[in-house]
Write a protein that binds this ligand. Structure first.
Ligand SMILES: C[S@@+](CC[C@H](N)C(=O)[O-])C[C@H]1O[C@@H](n2cnc3c(N)ncnc32)[C@H](O)[C@@H]1O
Length: 243
């Protein structure tokens, strides 16, 4: 929607996402400084403290594994920049990719509010079509769409093979030629057996971290590759469990 309003008050917010208004400072603590969000981004952006936790954890894992002065990372499916902004605080260069040009615009605008826009290289494109152009990347993070509300079906495990529009098997196979260090944000009810299966198929280490918000597990950070086996000190109230 080219003409969608990107800056909202409670009154202009579409009724379908009004319930997220009270979470605006959790999503972006600088919300009042002019943050841009589409109606879809209101429920899909990674909240700031979770994104900060993820970025700091990945920085420590990469430091302990590669120990480089500078890292080049990709935030694949950058959405409104929730993760991109926090990665840009930790890393020298972040390539932010999204298929939706409005989301890329939101990411850059929001990054400017956090004074990190200079570290971000924005790319609009479909990962399925552009992945072959990337080389020499240290780490790829991806918070893919979970395929709509069906992931919430009670009691059912979330199937990573049928995840739409980017299934995890295809994602991993497209990332491996670029880097063997990757992490994904996945639903809390993700089928862990499938994750183990994929780690075996691709001979990648695996570590699953449960992420909490207000004491409740809200998502998983699933780390594949050499960094999955690296020891780390970083701890946070947001992290409830390791496997
Ligand atoms: C859950 S949102 C990501 C939220 C983001 N981490 C944030 O904090 O703002 C998923 C994003 O994936 C993007 N996406 C979906 N299919 C894609 C594809 N084939 N290539 C690149 N991006 C895609 C969507 O446009 C959407 O912005």
């Amino acid at each position: 929607m080219e003409d969608e309003l990107l800056m909202h008050t409670l009154h202009t917010l579409p009724s379908s996402v009004k319930k997220f208004w009270r979470k605006r400072y959790d999503i972006f603590s600088k919300y009042d400084e002019g943050i841009y969000m589409t109606s879809e981004l209101w429920y899909s952006i990674t909240p700031e403290c979770t994104a900060k936790f993820t970025a700091k954890l990945m920085k420590e894992l990469l430091d302990n594994h590669l120990n480089k002065d500078e890292y080049k990372v990709i935030d694949l499916c950058c959405g409104g920049g929730g993760n991109t902004i926090q990665f840009a605080k930790e890393f020298e260069r972040v390539i932010a990719i999204d298929i939706n040009p409005i989301n890329v615009r939101c990411t850059l605008h929001n990054a400017a509010i956090y004074n990190v826009e200079d570290k971000i290289e924005p790319i609009t494109g479909d990962w399925n079509e552009i992945h072959q152009q990337f080389h020499n990347i240290d780490f790829i993070y991806c918070s893919p769409p979970w395929g709509g509300p069906s992931y919430k079906v009670k009691g059912e495990k979330f199937d990573v093979y049928t995840m739409e529009p980017l299934n995890l098997d295809r994602l991993i196979s497209s990332i491996i030629p670029i880097t063997r260090n990757m992490a994904f944000c996945l639903p809390r009810n993700t089928n862990l057996e499938q994750l183990k299966e994929l780690s075996e198929i691709y001979s990648l280490g695996l570590r699953v971290i449960k992420v909490k918000e207000y004491g409740r597990v809200i998502s998983l950070v699933v780390i594949f590759g050499d960094i999955a086996q690296v020891k780390f000190q970083y701890n946070s109230d947001l992290q409830s469990d390791l496997q």
